[in-house]
Design a protein around this ligand. Structure first.
Ligand SMILES: [Zn+2]
Length: 331
């Protein structure tokens, strides 16, 4: 039972491996009410994860017919087993916006993947010859559809003596949410705040706005809640939530400065800004960068550029009238 620990009275954490993923593992939280159970997120849809899931279901004596699986956001390490749980009688709760995007992501010819390829073009990634098949989100997408009950910011879920409110933690994905118990000062925050690693913030398209700006706004919101018991989806437990939040603010400040100074010698595409930024990865050059990571790194650099644009510090032009965007410092 060493991968299952009681982290708070009636709240258990099961650490489930994410084989081949830099995140290494996911924390699944199980909240036991009097007869109902609430499970936060699921893990990938693999044989190994299914067997770890069966294991905690048995050890914690969970009746899936009286269980709600609450999905924080659309990523496949959080949603992979939704089909598996519904087949066994559990109900799925999920925020509508991420459910809508996810439904489109299931289809190989969906709008979402077309957009990702359009972004690669405007970001200047065309020169790297990436194929959509190199995108991990495409390769590992959840293919099954599932029934769910929409739970959006403001909605409440009660079980035992827990009273959770759904709160928006948009940024990491457009619709990510957390579960907040005010009286107990507990927050299940999905991938919003993680121990030692920082949440990947992507460019989601101009229609979703400034994703890094939204992320930072929600970071400030959580800081104001002064959370005592913060439960993130990956890595260790964070003992001092506000200290970790301050570290994340500093991290993005540094990254914003890095992206800004990359533009000091003239306009660059998001791809060329990415090449000039530092990345915590073993590849020494851009050429050595794994293709799968190129998508994410450029998306992240682009999110920082878009935040600088919202702040009025930079802007972009379509220099060669071919749709590729060049960001420049506003004088
Ligand atoms: Zn995620």
């Amino acid at each position: 039972m060493d991968n299952i620990t009681e982290v708070y009275k009636n709240i258990y954490r099961a650490v489930i491996p994410l084989r081949g993923n830099p995140l290494k593992s996911i924390n699944i939280f199980i909240i036991k009410g009097e007869d109902k159970t609430l499970i936060v997120d699921t893990g990938f849809n693999t044989e190994e994860v299914r067997s770890c899931t069966d294991d905690y279901i048995e050890k914690l004596n969970i009746d899936l017919n009286k269980t709600i699986v609450f999905i924080t956001h659309l990523h496949s390490d959080h949603t992979g087993l939704t089909g598996y749980f519904t087949e066994k009688g559990a109900k799925i709760y999920m925020p509508s916006l991420d459910a809508e995007i996810m439904d489109d992501m299931r289809k190989s010819n969906g709008k979402y993947w077309k957009r990702i390829q359009d972004f690669a073009h405007i970001q200047g990634l065309g020169v790297d010859g990436l194929r959509i098949e190199d995108h991990p989100g495409f390769r590992f997408r959840t293919r099954d559809s599932f029934d769910f009950v929409a739970k959006n910011p403001g909605d409440e879920i009660s079980l035992g003596d827990f009273n959770f409110k759904v709160i928006s933690l948009s940024g990491h994905t457009p619709g990510m949410v957390g579960l907040y118990d005010k009286d107990k000062s507990i927050l299940f925050c999905g991938d919003h705040i993680l121990y030692k690693i920082t949440s990947n913030i992507q460019f989601w398209g101009f229609d979703f706005g400034d994703s890094l700006g939204n992320y930072l706004k929600n970071l400030k919101k959580v800081k104001e809640l002064n959370i005592k018991y913060l439960y993130g989806s990956h890595r260790n437990r964070i003992r001092d939530a506000n200290k970790r939040i301050d570290e994340i603010f500093l991290h993005h400040d540094k990254r914003l400065k890095e992206a800004y100074s990359a533009l000091e010698n003239g306009p660059l595409t998001p791809r060329d800004v990415t090449v000039r930024m530092k990345w915590d990865i073993t590849a020494k050059t851009w050429e050595e960068f794994p293709k799968s990571q190129k998508w994410f790194a450029v998306g992240e650099a682009h999110a920082h550029l878009e935040h600088l644009r919202t702040l009025g510090k930079v802007d972009y032009i379509d220099k060669n009238k071919d749709g590729v965007l060049y960001y420049f410092i506003k004088k």
